[in-house]
Design a protein around this ligand. Structure first.
Ligand code: ZN
Length: 324
């Protein structure tokens, strides 16, 4: 670029000092630059858009906040493993029955066979099936726990999910400790297994009934979404039913209901807040408060109970031996 001669620069300066004539058009004109940013310039997967408030969140920040939007508190989904990490005391979890795998009783064929679906979701999630179950402690209180994972065939309940949850409940009954079941399932009963999946509804509930008869605590945690055969069985019968904020909870999805009854559903229908108001759930608990709230409920319902005078239900870090 050629330099402007000194004389013309001088002219320019004097013109600006004089006033508004010569350069007015230049300063008054709006200037816009269009910058084309190529998509590949932004590293993929670093940012997430919130489904609720549309703000862009740094993924690390989201993860550090237990996958809750820092702007509007929208609760993103978590994997079963992440939930267990957030709920139980560090290093206390011991997985049970991880060797159980589904069979294909109906030899199901669809766009994908059941076997193909199982194997693709196993690869995707690193899980054998849609639940993780086992034992652990919550602020020192021993519990049995089962958590479904919505990424695995929508967290639906087949024979393995039903069996692992039932075994966790039965072990809780045997050990006289609370059972905590966290549900995240848009899928309900897994129809790839036909009646075998429906049978799990009765099986899990029977085990819970025996756990209840023994005077023990069952906390059911409903996360987004908890629907159909899951909500109609173990998830719906907790002694305490807590839900995460704005979770979709129900039997049939809202669209199907609207089409069936040909009426507009009320605002917020089947969301936690609506269901709390109408008495289906006991409390809405934010994710970061979930663990402490559970520990308080366990303490409240367990200590002083004549059924549990001693050892097994007491926090693990409290010595059962009296010093006085
Ligand atoms: Zn948000």
């Amino acid at each position: 670029m050629a330099h402007a001669p000194v004389s013309s620069l001088k002219d320019g300066l004097s013109a600006r000092a004089d006033g508004k004539n010569k350069f007015m058009a230049l300063f008054g004109r709006k200037k816009f630059n269009i910058i084309n940013v190529k998509k590949k310039d932004i590293p993929a997967g670093l940012w997430v858009q919130c489904k609720e408030c549309s703000s862009t969140i740094y993924k690390k920040e989201l993860q550090n906040n237990q996958n809750v939007c820092p702007k509007c508190e929208f609760h993103f989904s978590l994997t079963a493993k992440e939930r267990i990490d957030h709920l139980l005391d560090l290093g206390s979890f011991k997985e049970h029955d991880s060797d159980l795998v589904s069979v294909d009783p109906l030899k199901f064929k669809g766009p994908k066979t059941y076997k193909e679906k199982l194997s693709s979701d196993q690869k995707l999630t690193g899980l054998r099936d849609a639940v993780i179950s086992g034992e652990g402690t919550i602020n020192g209180w021993p519990v049995m726990v089962a958590v479904t994972d919505s990424r695995f065939i929508m967290g639906s309940m087949g024979s393995v999910v039903g069996e692992r949850i039932t075994r966790a409940i039965e072990m809780a009954t045997q050990r006289r400790i609370p059972v905590i079941i966290v549900s995240g399932s848009g899928g309900g009963a897994r129809m790839y297994e036909g009646v075998f999946s429906l049978m799990q509804m009765a099986k899990t509930c029977s085990a819970l009934a025996r756990h209840n008869e023994a005077g023990l605590l069952h906390i059911s945690v409903l996360t987004n979404p908890t629907m159909a055969g899951i909500m109609a069985s173990f998830a719906g019968v907790g002694d305490i039913i807590m839900a995460e904020p704005k979770a979709l909870i129900g039997f049939t999805g809202p669209r199907v209901i609207e089409q069936t009854i040909r009426q507009k559903l009320p605002e917020g229908f089947q969301r936690s807040e609506f269901l709390l108001e109408h008495g289906l759930i006991d409390m809405i608990v934010e994710r970061k408060e979930m663990k402490d709230r559970m520990a308080k409920i366990i303490e409240f319902t367990t200590s002083g109970s004549s059924d549990n005078p001693d050892s097994s239900a007491a926090p693990a870090d409290v010595s059962p031996v009296e010093t006085s």
